[in-house]
Design a protein around this ligand. Structure first.
Ligand code: SAM
Ligand code: SF4
Length: 444
């Protein structure tokens, strides 16, 4: 009997992305480039000629996960030495050649400014070189818009980098200074996506509310939202992430309020309810400043959905200071909270202060905030039962394949039964039941 080996006509790539939406989008750009070079995407590293990880560095846990993945590839690389293994993105920029030292079977380390050159860099590896590409250069944003996980939705990078240097955060070191793309370029990309079936776009930036300021030509996020709303017909929803409290303005509040297809969801990380901790974090505002920023937006946008981030166990955070976070969470009636246990990041200013809050205490604080938020979310959702909402349908529910799921303009998740595929359509739903995270209803 002759042995049959499956020979693939095209080179194959396995790519896993980790971390934020911006990483997901950058990994789509990488896949787009490789698709043009003839690569086919596969679901398992074992089937791949090239294995790439698009990594995150925000917390230590994210980096450990990558080293774990690389460890499991060692055997595969021994069996197939021609397989190429690459680490891309924030952790590549952060760990540099340490990656080669800890995982000698890695061939390629590509930082946050060079991922567009992935095809050329892979060529260099194939010629026998181990390649590290970490230099900074302007990105061209040459995007293959057809490469994206959802047909109806797309992310757009409006800006990169961060100038804020919060003392806990690695992002300004891995992503560099703020660079905004032009309104013209972004409107053009949104139109191309719309023509390819997209009805919802989400603009991405670390401090999206500072969008345009580096261009010094009067460009602002408000201007961008207005232009997208006016010039790109057919988009049902325009969202933006993430905001910083120092840049909430009446101009932005009006741009959201006056344009119905702009999302009424604001992700505005507060991090702590203690002025002392906020100062130690170099966040640049007090709790009162944060309250005022929220008021600026809520005054013009009734029932704004306000979500936030918290860090628990920042070095020196006392129990009393943590209690101030709990009080602020209750007072501001947040729609949602993302809670993170402090993770020391080498190179940041807070790193020198060690990690004095014990792991168990961080876990407790994490749990307390999540439980408080759950109670608030449940109360808010219960008050909505009986009302009708417009839902932009995203697809079949992951939890229940008999139901469809989508979101309102306030980012509320709604599940409902429907007899046909309504993905990408705006439908009216009467709400009948809820949990803290999900609303249930029926089509009207
Ligand atoms: N640019 C956004 C901002 O200013 O809030 C968020 C960027 S960061 C990738 C997302 C969240 O991760 C932050 O809001 C913060 O709560 C959390 N984070 C950042 N560095 C952290 C660290 N060293 N330990 C724990 N959480 C961290
Ligand atoms: Fe990190 Fe602060 Fe910049 Fe957000 S604003 S990315 S938390 S440095």
């Amino acid at each position: 009997m002759t042995e049959v080996t499956q020979v693939r006509a095209r080179p194959t790539v396995f790519l896993e992305d980790m971390g934020c939406q911006m990483n997901r989008l950058d990994s789509e750009l990488v896949l787009g480039k490789l698709k043009r070079e003839g690569f086919e995407r596969v679901d398992q590293p074992a089937d791949a000629d090239v294995v790439l990880y698009y990594t995150c560095s925000v917390r230590e846990h994210a980096e450990d996960k990558v080293y774990g993945r690389l460890g499991t590839l060692r055997r595969l690389k021994e069996e197939r030495p021609e397989m190429v293994i690459g680490v891309m993105g924030c952790m590549a920029q952060n760990h540099k050649d340490l990656i080669f030292k800890r995982a000698p079977h890695v061939d390629l380390v590509v930082g946050t400014s060079r991922f567009e050159d992935v095809a050329e860099l892979l060529d260099e590896v194939k010629h026998g070189e181990r390649v590290m590409a970490l230099d900074r250069k302007d990105l061209a944003f040459d995007r293959d818009i057809s490469v994206r996980p959802r047909r109806d939705q797309a992310f757009i990078t409006a800006m990169r980098g961060c100038n804020k240097f919060c003392t806990f955060c690695i992002v300004p070191f891995t992503q560099g200074r703020e660079r905004s793309r032009s309104v013209t370029e972004l409107v053009k990309e949104a139109k191309q996506l719309r023509d390819d079936g997209v009805v919802e776009i989400t603009l991405l930036g670390q401090r999206i509310d500072t969008y345009g300021l580096d261009r010094q030509d009067g460009t602002t996020l408000a201007v961008l939202l207005e232009r997208l709303h006016e010039d790109v017909s057919g988009l049902e929803r325009i969202s933006y992430l993430t905001s910083h409290p120092n840049h909430m303005s009446d101009e932005l509040a009006r741009a959201v309020a006056d344009h119905p297809r702009v999302s009424r969801y604001l992700h505005l990380p507060v991090q702590s309810g203690s002025d002392r901790v906020l100062q130690e974090m170099n966040r640049g505002y007090t709790v009162d400043d944060y309250r005022r920023a929220v008021d600026v937006m809520r005054n013009r946008i009734p029932d704004l959905s306000l979500a936030t981030d918290w860090i628990v166990g920042f070095p020196g955070e006392t129990e009393a200071e943590f209690d101030q976070s709990v009080d602020l969470l209750r007072e501001l009636d947040f729609h949602g909270s993302f809670v993170f246990k402090y993770s020391p990041r080498a190179g940041t200013r807070a790193f020198d202060r060690g990690d004095p809050v014990p792991r168990d205490e961080k876990a407790r604080r994490n749990q307390v905030l999540l439980e408080e938020q759950k109670q608030i979310s449940l109360r808010k959702n219960r008050a909505r039962v009986g009302s009708e909402v417009d839902v932009l349908v995203e697809g079949i529910s992951k939890r229940n394949s008999a139901k469809w799921t989508g979101r309102t303009d306030r980012n509320l998740i709604v599940c409902f039964p429907a007899g046909k595929d309504l993905t990408g359509r705006l439908v009216r739903v009467r709400l009948t039941d809820c949990t803290a995270l999900t609303l249930f209803g029926e089509l009207v």
